[in-house]
Design a protein around this ligand. Structure first.
Ligand code: CP3
Length: 328
């Protein structure tokens, strides 16, 4: 599940009552512990390392605050000078806690359970770096893009260059796959996505050289999917606004799909959770599909509903692995 380690889990809230969010991210023992919590309690099939996409922004030289009001970068990137000052950092120096957390998780869950590393996609990370926080419409970052396209491209290129070693360090530490989160790509129209966001994603994926599978998450991206498919990612992770079977028809069987149950469905009664989960699985008949939520799990999700979603999915996918087709 997206954001499977988080505030809907009482054991996570217990740790967060004693430690600030960034402290948890930067303390390998705590980061590993909260990463493993959903595996322990829910039996999810993979463990994503606990961190945040903004950790890389901080390592590139920006101040980062992550309080209850969400992320804030008080010194945003607004000029060529600001872009030039951004560092391509050494991940084993500046973010040593992250590969160390991955090593601890791998050691704890064993070789059968894939551990996922991740980073923000350049456009989405760039939105935070320029805006300072996530705002409706993204006027500041779009104005930057239109007025200074060359400098903006340099910013995305710089983020891509920093992200390649950042992900490679996570892979070296034991990540079996990596995810790129492009939560805000849907804000762009297709030509702008193709001109700015996509090349920087392609740069990262090419730079990883096929070391491990890459999962590319895009939100509200229906109008971009033909371009998203050219990213080079092995798996496209999508939200609930799109129909998985339609995407499969359009993009063909060579690209796996991840998703796309609406996280709000986990607030529904069990019958609805079961129906939506099985419909999602049946839409691809279990082929080339990683069952997941379409965005992060909601904070007020009852743990037993998350548990029911996981169990329903695991039971159905085991049946699909056998010759019989439809699952009820
Ligand atoms: O999936 C996981 O379990 C791993 C951890 C993870 C977090 N953030 C932890 C987190 C991952 C993969 C992310 C990615 C991330 N962070 C994205 C891309 C995916 C998405 O959800 O759209 C984005 C846009 C961010 C930036 C960010 N970090 C926001 C907007 C917020 C505030 C949201 C909120 O729910 O408060 C954060 C903070 C954050 N990152 C929390 C968690 C568990 C909540 C912090 C807390 O414990 O108080």
């Amino acid at each position: 599940m997206m954001r499977q380690a988080g505030r809907y889990l009482p054991e996570y809230r217990e740790i967060r009552a004693k430690h600030a969010f960034l402290e948890v991210c930067k303390t390998p023992q705590l980061a590993a512990e909260v990463s493993i919590q959903p595996f322990r309690r829910l039996g999810v099939d993979a463990v994503i390392v606990f961190s945040d996409i903004l950790i890389a922004a901080e390592a590139m030289g920006l101040r980062l605050e992550l309080g209850d009001a969400g992320p804030n970068l008080p010194n945003p990137v607004r000029s060529k000078l600001d872009v030039d000052r951004l560092k391509v950092f050494d991940p084993e120096e500046e973010t040593a806690f992250l590969p160390e957390a991955i090593r601890r998780i791998v050691k704890s869950v064993g070789p059968e359970v894939p551990v996922l590393g991740f980073a923000g996609a350049p456009w989405t990370l760039g939105c935070y770096m320029v805006e300072g926080k996530a705002k409706e419409g993204f006027a500041t970052v779009k104005s930057f893009l239109y007025h200074e396209p060359k400098i903006f491209r340099t910013l995305l290129h710089r983020i891509a260059q920093a992200t390649i070693p950042y992900l490679k360090a996570q892979i070296a530490a034991g990540a079996a796959a990596v995810q790129l989160f492009d939560t805000w790509c849907g804000e762009l129209n297709l030509p702008d996505y193709e001109e700015f966001a996509l090349p920087a994603v392609q740069e990262i994926i090419a730079g990883l050289g096929g070391l491990v599978p890459v999962i590319y998450y895009t939100k509200a991206s229906q109008h971009l999917l033909s371009a998203v498919a050219r990213s080079g990612a092995n798996v496209l992770s999508v939200d609930w606004r799109v129909d998985l079977a339609d995407i499969r028809t359009t993009l063909g069987p060579k690209i796996a799909l991840q998703g796309n149950v609406d996280p709000a469905v986990l607030l529904a009664p069990p019958e609805r959770i079961r129906d939506v989960t099985l419909a999602t699985i049946n839409s691809l008949a279990g082929h080339g599909h990683i069952l997941n939520l379409g965005h992060g799990i909601l904070q007020n999700t009852p743990v037993e509903n998350a548990q029911f979603f996981i169990e329903t999915g695991q039971r159905a996918l085991i049946q699909h692995a056998r010759p019989a087709a439809q699952v009820r």
